[in-house]
Design a protein around this ligand. Structure first.
Ligand code: TXD
Length: 321
């Protein structure tokens, strides 16, 4: 049986952590592509030289030539510029769209049968553009945002309730922007609704709601919070871990239900757009989208987020992409 081959397009901060995690988990062999000369070669050499210590057999190489990604089973794309303090994800639109167009052409030529996970921002627009330029089946092109946004929400809930984060389930839907929709009703600690635990903790419904609202707001702004502290770039450990969870579900056919930026054809009342929704990820990519019943406020929040995605895609089209 052929070895699994994973191409990383972009060897920056997230790309480096992705390569290390793939090797440590032995998910496959890694080819890291970047336009910067020698850098992906240096990074992968560095990680490869830890193989004896970490005990992995994955092979890693860096390249500046798309030809080397030939035959990849999975492609994870981080190419593009990250945010600097004060920038919104959308400010990156035209620069990263140019990059994504080139990337889509390269991947289409050399890895036409791959499944693709996109991480580059502005996420929803970049996934849309990659699919459009590559012409890949919708099922095989997806974006990572919701796993991270949900993990951030779960982390804040665990801290607040002083419970293991392993027991916290939290779900965030919508676009990867400030309009994302953390779903309070679907958040629980091993089945116990989070709101119920908060109300017991404070013995005061209004206070519990206030605390929850603050966690929802922090989740929405969590990317910016890290950007502000780092000053030179955006989050990279947690986005890489999140994409690895998706990659592992695909490569091992685990069928995990993960919030995924997926193309909707009528689900959740949305037609023809990539939006973050719960999806089952298997060896076929997005195997299916899982719909849930939303109450009036949740649906309104999702509609608002979908509108932000529509505006972003319209802006990108106006720029000629
Ligand atoms: O959850 C999420 N989806 C995200 C997304 C969370 C955090 C950050 N997110 C976005 O990921 C961020 O806004 C960026 O658009 C990407 C990558 O973030 P990273 O922190 O890894 O950025 P770096 O370190 O600048 O790395 C980007 C690399 C860098 O090495 C460039 O040389 C390379 O991209 N690059 C290219 N690679 C291939 N092809 C082209 N054309 C190219 N141009 C630049």
């Amino acid at each position: 049986m052929a070895r699994t081959k994973i191409a990383l397009i972009g060897g920056g901060q997230i790309g480096g952590v992705l390569a290390q995690l793939i090797a440590q988990k032995e998910l496959g062999d890694v080819v890291m592509f970047d336009v910067v000369e020698d850098m992906p070669q240096g990074k992968t050499l560095d990680i490869a030289e830890a193989a004896r210590v970490d005990g992995f057999d994955s092979k890693l190489r860096g390249t500046n030539d798309y030809k080397d990604i030939e035959g990849s089973d999975l492609v994870i794309i981080t190419a593009g510029l990250p945010r600097k303090p004060g920038m919104s994800r959308d400010d990156l639109l035209s620069t990263n769209a140019k990059i994504m167009k080139q990337v889509a052409e390269g991947v289409k030529q050399y890895a036409p049968n791959s499944i693709v996970i996109i991480i580059s921002n502005p996420l929803d627009a970049m996934v849309t553009l990659f699919q459009k330029v590559s012409g890949f089946p919708y099922q095989k092109v997806m974006g990572q945002a919701g796993v991270l946004d949900s993990s951030r929400f779960a982390t804040f809930i665990a801290w607040e309730l002083d419970v293991s984060v392993k027991d916290v389930n939290a779900m965030v839907l919508g676009g990867h922007g400030d309009t994302m929709v953390p779903l309070i009703r679907y958040s629980n600690v091993n089945g116990v609704p989070v709101m119920e635990m908060l109300e017991r903790k404070y013995n005061d419904k209004a206070k519990a709601q206030e605390v929850m609202n603050a966690m929802v707001d922090r989740t929405k702004m969590a990317g910016g919070e890290v950007v502000k502290l780092l000053k030179t770039g955006s989050a990279f450990y947690s986005p890489a871990s999140s994409a690895i969870a998706m990659a592992e579900s695909i490569l091992k056919d685990q069928k995990r239900l993960l919030p995924t930026c997926a193309f909707l054809k009528g689900e959740f009342g949305v037609d023809g757009y990539y939006v973050g929704v719960p999806a089952v990820l298997s060896s076929s990519g997005i195997e299916r989208i899982v719909e849930l019943s939303l109450d009036k406020d949740e649906q309104a929040a999702l509609d608002n987020s979908v509108n932000a995605v529509k505006n972003l895609v319209a802006d990108m089209e106006r720029l000629g992409f």
